[in-house]
Design a protein around this ligand. Structure first.
Ligand code: ZN
Length: 494
């Protein structure tokens, strides 16, 4: 930092440009954490109240049509009546079509349906899993609040900054000091989050039979992530810090360009370099499925570089499928856990859903929004970084003999999620709308009935509650609840 900046910062100290505005982040913080804890509690209560619901999905033949029926019944009614249960004891949540079927023909099948072992058990597990995850989420939220307060108002970041500045800057210079501050903060943050991740993986996921990660694999993953963070994160941080110094008052525009370029680079590097560090990707070997999938892609006018199977079963029993890459380098990736559970028709329907996201340009829309938001954020930071109140209001004294850029980045990173949370219902709503659009596309290009049954299997596999709290859904659900998606697919599946 040049000595010319010292009077500038001293001047800011005197000017106290925004003393009255310092309360904004704290006030927002209080509202934010109250809202998050409240939403979490709401969903917990809802999960407790509805954990006795059972879901039964079953295909029945009515004349020439095969119909998927999704019913839910209170578990105690099922226990009392057993196979003698009647249609009026059930609520149809899945397919509207079952209302049009005469009650008798379904009642005849009910005995057979309910005698299927496992179906009611699955949904009780869903309720318990939702509760256990929710409890951990509430704890993590409360802990996160304490950590944020510790960093800002209680002076944690100030202490860390002073210690590193005095120890590193005189000997190794401004850049080394700033990078050491960013690295130390990231390490400490990671260490503080580690107990929650460990508990989530080895207790919650383990308890419900989803975890496949061994402690050894977990440790290796941790070391690899750290290495990737150092190799990618440090040069990027150094570049941004250099831009902040070198490019004057428009630094935020240059930093944004660097950030955007970095993100595009990661989109290319992730599938080819980073993901293979953690998982094995082998070409899809099932010829019949390959032919089926290629026919679908041709029908949809879609080009991809390859079809891959990923060994997701190494870490978790949850299944998934996704696209990665940009332009013509796109790849289709299926989790082995997904292929193990779904029939070829269901795999095709799931892929058609993913193709729907591409046809509707959902990915591009998301990238444009992300870039727009980061430009606005950096412009705001460009202004905030020069305001003394931004530092002092958050419990940190700005450096006098060293640059404040790393500090500004850290404080901004701490505060943005507090404000960003209020935008999350808009983003989640957009995402849920995209899911419906992709479902509609999939049912036009593949079988809607197959997509329905795939959704049910995945739903069971992911053990999400069937009856989340509606307000909680608005804030947190990027995908609509399974029952809503099934209901939207019902007219097409009939
Ligand atoms: Zn989707």
């Amino acid at each position: 930092m040049s000595y010319r900046s010292v009077p500038r910062i001293l001047g800011l100290f005197k000017a106290e440009t925004m003393p009255g505005l310092a309360w904004i982040p704290h006030f927002t913080s209080v509202i934010n954490w109250t809202l998050r804890l409240g939403l979490g509690l709401l969903n917990q209560v809802k999960a407790i109240n509805t954990r006795w619901l059972a879901i039964i999905d079953h295909s029945i033949d009515i004349g020439t049509k095969k119909v998927l029926v999704v019913l839910r019944v209170p578990v105690d009614v099922l226990a009392n009546k057993g196979a003698a249960i009647q249609l009026q004891d059930c609520e149809c949540i899945g397919l509207k079509v079952c209302e049009q079927v005469n009650g008798e023909s379904i009642a005849l099948d009910l005995a057979a349906i309910f005698s299927q072992a496992g179906a009611p058990a699955a949904i009780i597990k869903d309720g318990d899993y939702t509760l256990a995850k929710g409890r951990l989420g509430l704890l993590a939220t409360a802990f996160g609040t304490a950590v944020l307060l510790g960093w800002t108002l209680l002076g944690g970041l100030d202490v860390l900054n002073t210690a590193l500045r005095d120890a590193v800057q005189p000997r190794f210079g401004d850049m080394a000091y700033q990078l050491s501050l960013l690295a130390a903060f990231a390490l400490l943050g990671g260490l503080l989050d580690l107990p929650f991740d460990l508990y989530g993986t080895f207790r919650v996921e383990q308890q419900f039979g989803f975890n496949r990660t061994t402690p050894m694999l977990y440790a290796v993953d941790l070391v690899k992530s750290l290495a990737v963070g150092v190799v990618i994160g440090l040069p990027l941080a150094a570049l941004i810090l250099w831009i902040m110094r070198a490019t004057g008052s428009w630094w935020w525009l240059w930093a944004w360009a660097a950030w955007a370029g970095f993100n595009l680079l990661i989109m290319v590097l992730y599938p080819t370099v980073i993901a293979p560090l953690f998982n094995k990707f082998s070409p899809l070997a099932d010829d019949a499925l390959v032919a089926r999938v290629q026919a679908l892609m041709q029908r949809c006018g879609f080009q991809a570089k390859g079809l891959f199977v990923m060994d997701g079963s190494r870490r978790s029993a949850h299944g998934n499928a996704y696209f990665t890459g940009l332009g013509a380098a796109k790849r289709v990736v299926f989790f082995d856990t997904l292929l193990a559970k779904l029939s070829p028709g269901e795999v095709e329907a799931v892929l058609a859903h993913e193709l729907g996201h591409f046809k509707h340009r959902h990915v591009q829309k998301r990238i444009v929004m992300m870039f727009g938001a980061s430009l606005a954020g950096l412009a705001l930071l460009g202004w905030l970084a020069g305001q003394t109140g931004f530092y002092t209001g958050l419990g940190v004294s700005p450096n006098l003999g060293a640059p404040n850029d790393a500090l500004a980045l850290l404080l901004f990173g701490l505060v943005v999620p507090v404000f960003g949370f209020f935008v999350s219902p808009v983003m989640a709503m957009l995402s849920r709308r995209h899911e419906f659009e992709a479902d509609a596309y999939a049912s036009a290009q593949a079988s809607a009935a197959d997509l329905s049954s795939a959704l049910l299997k995945l739903h069971e596999d992911n053990a999400a509650t069937l009856t989340p709290d509606p307000l909680y859904v608005r804030f947190y659900y990027s995908h609509p609840p399974a029952s809503e998606r099934l209901a939207a697919l019902a007219p097409r599946a009939a």
